[in-house]
Design a binder for this molecule. Structure first.
Ligand SMILES: Nc1ncnc2c1ncn2[C@@H]1O[C@H](COP(=O)(O)OP(=O)(O)O)[C@@H](O)[C@H]1O
Ligand SMILES: [Mg+2]
Length: 267
């Protein structure tokens, strides 16, 4: 489904700020794979997603989705294939528009502009049934402006918008990091449910090691622009957080004692 091969990206080349954000990164995902991505701040996690989403063109390497080489495609051209949810609940939705207006926009994603879209009864019914699945009561608030929603509600809505028209690939970049722990758990639970029910191929960056092991079917750890651990199958089902930290310390040569250190970016 997704084939990332030998991706390398150096920022600010030939300056004192030169930084190799990606160093020969390769990652192959099968349809329905859900990979969680962990690693300290600056490890290259977001850069990997940015390369896949087309935010920048890599210096070398390839991004291939379903056999199509999209390495040099502009981000808008990939929008029909890839959906993203970011950390900031404000970034994924249009605050001054209503819930139903936002959902209509989500239906248009990656489609040709010439297609006409109108809010009609059948669309409203469809939105209601989808919102109902979130379990947040938003199905009764179709005409509420999104700015009146809480961060967690907005992030749940963003997730729904990102998956309404099933993307080939769902990219989640610490999408629960700005939420309080209880709301974050709820949005994570929702994420797993949505990804599972639609068998979405998903990449999720998280600082939460428990989330990293409980969601999805594979976990990769990045360090200094490289994938240093790739855990799946029974190795993953038997994995504990302390064992994961131990493996990180061994693979990276850096001492990290708990996931708070990842969060604080002390490395
Ligand atoms: N657009 C950019 N310009 C310059 N440097 C960047 C840019 N994006 C990322 N970097 C650098 O590349 C490295 C990896 O960043 P990033 O992928 O955001 O890490 P992570 O998401 O794992 O915290 C960091 O040192 C970061 O400062
Ligand atoms: Mg990041």
């Amino acid at each position: 489904m997704l084939k990332v091969d030998n991706l390398t990206k150096v920022f600010n080349k030939n300056t004192i700020n030169e930084k190799k954000a990606l160093d020969q990164v390769s990652l192959h995902l099968s349809p329905g794979d859900f990979v969680t991505i962990i690693g300290s701040n600056g490890a290259g996690k977001s850069s990997l997603m940015n390369a896949v989403a087309g935010v920048f063109i890599p210096d070398s390497g390839e991004v291939v989705i379903d056999g199509i080489n999209i390495t040099n495609w502009a981000p808008h051209k990939r929008a029909g294939l890839i959906s993203r949810v970011f950390q900031d609940p404000m970034s994924g939705t249009a605050a001054s528009m209503t819930i139903e207006e936002n959902l209509i926009m989500a239906l248009k994603r990656g489609k040709k502009r010439s297609l006409r879209w109108a809010l009609n009864k059948s669309k409203r019914e469809y939105f209601c049934s989808e919102l109902e699945k979130l379990g947040l009561g938003l199905e009764n608030r179709l005409t509420t402006k999104v700015k009146l929603l809480s961060g967690g509600q907005r992030q749940a809505l963003t997730l729904l918008m990102a998956t309404l028209e099933e993307p080939k690939l769902l990219l989640l970049d610490e999408h629960t990091a700005a939420l309080d722990p209880k709301t974050a758990d709820k949005v994570i639970e929702l994420t797993c449910r949505v990804a599972e029910s639609s068998q979405l191929t998903t990449m999720m960056i998280t600082h939460n090691l428990e989330q990293a092991l409980s969601c999805g079917n594979r976990t990769i750890m990045m360090h200094e622009g490289r994938i240093i651990l790739d855990i799946k199958g029974t190795e993953r089902s038997n994995m504990t957080i302390s064992r994961l930290l131990e493996m990180f310390n061994k693979a990276s040569g850096v001492q990290m004692n708990n996931d708070r250190m990842m969060l604080a970016g002390t490395l």
